[in-house]
Ligand binder design. Structure first.
Ligand SMILES: C[S@@+](CC[C@H](N)C(=O)[O-])C[C@H]1O[C@@H](n2cnc3c(N)ncnc32)[C@H](O)[C@@H]1O
Length: 299
């Protein structure tokens, strides 16, 4: 509404808008939460070849198709685009319905067709949360290194922790529930006794509200949460953890919504992150999410 865009042609997984004036590249910079890809539309064609012709000489072409109840990217992984690079997208909605659109790659935008990383979870992962971490890292281009220490609230059974440990990143996991054996293989008994040269997992087996500064120790760089709690509870804990560990430079939170309309509270969530000292925010529903959204904050 605030954008003064009027809904145009719509299909499940694909929405177009019209505006009174002309759309420009700047129109693509609006922060949408539910859409994974926003393009300037070049219109509808009856064949893929015609849609390709509409895109002209754009070097990178992404293709997507509505399949299995969601918009999915087609084809193998592309090389990561450069910031500012123009990308054409062809969306196949039916045997004779192909839409062409253009966007430019920008920070915190998925590099993949239809914003779908096509990531496949390994069998050894104890939960689907592994996909959420991997998809968010790819979508937002997050680089976690062995020099990071990540605290994750709601870490059991350990899909996210496993994805981080496999990247060589140490994890402090907070959850009263049990962790999977595959994660506990890396566990340490006390926060102040950490092995050198190898990623470790410290299970802080209690509810988030009971975690103290001592449990966190020094050097925590990221706050993550996958707790099944309301956004208000999670953001309150996020602020408390950021006060206990001022070295936190980024937060990645999975917000679980009981009603998708709760997304309207986005400005309040951003404001809570601003108060906690963060400057750049994104709210994004990822391809692997259902009623969930990734909330990213960077210092
Ligand atoms: C969706 S599961 C998390 C999955 C996990 N991130 C993984 O990678 O496998 C949600 C978890 O939140 C935990 N949880 C809920 N409330 C919590 C609280 N107040 N403090 C800590 N953990 C909590 C639950 O025990 C549950 O294990």
């Amino acid at each position: 509404m605030q954008l003064r865009w009027r809904p145009g042609y719509q299909r499940r997984g694909f929405v177009t808008f019209k505006a009174d004036g002309r759309f420009t590249w700047d129109s693509l910079e609006v922060g949408l939460a539910c859409a994974r890809r926003l393009c300037l539309s070049l219109g509808k064609s009856s064949s893929r070849e015609e849609a390709l012709r509409r895109l002209g000489d754009v070097a990178v072409i992404h293709e997507a198709k509505f399949h299995d109840r969601k918009m999915q990217g087609i084809a193998a992984r592309h090389a990561k685009p450069e910031i500012g690079q123009s990308i054409g997208t062809i969306v196949e909605l039916g045997p004779e319905e192909f839409w062409a659109g253009l966007h430019r790659h920008a920070p915190f935008l998925s590099p993949d067709p239809a914003g779908d990383g096509g990531i496949v979870m390994p069998e050894r992962s104890p939960s689907r949360a592994w996909l959420k971490l991997e998809e968010a890292a790819r979508f937002f281009d997050l680089n976690f290194t062995p020099r990071d220490i990540i605290v994750e609230l709601g870490c059991a059974p350990g899909g996210v922790a496993l994805a981080l440990l496999d990247r060589g990143v140490p994890v402090i996991g907070v959850d009263p529930a049990m962790m999977a054996a595959v994660v506990m293989e890396s566990s340490i008994a006390a926060r102040d006794v950490v092995p050198g040269g190898k990623a470790w997992f410290y299970h802080c087996r209690k509810p988030a509200a009971l975690v103290s500064k001592r449990d966190l120790g020094q050097g925590v760089t990221w706050f993550m949460s996958d707790m099944n709690q309301s956004p208000e509870v999670v953001l309150k804990e996020c602020a408390r953890f950021c006060r206990m560990a001022p070295s936190i430079r980024g937060v990645l939170i999975t917000l679980k919504l009981t009603d998708p309309m709760q997304v309207a509270a986005k400005a309040e969530w951003f404001s809570a992150l601003t108060k906690a000292g963060f400057k750049t925010f994104r709210l994004q529903q990822l391809a692997v999410h259902h009623r969930e959204f990734a909330l990213l904050g960077m210092r």
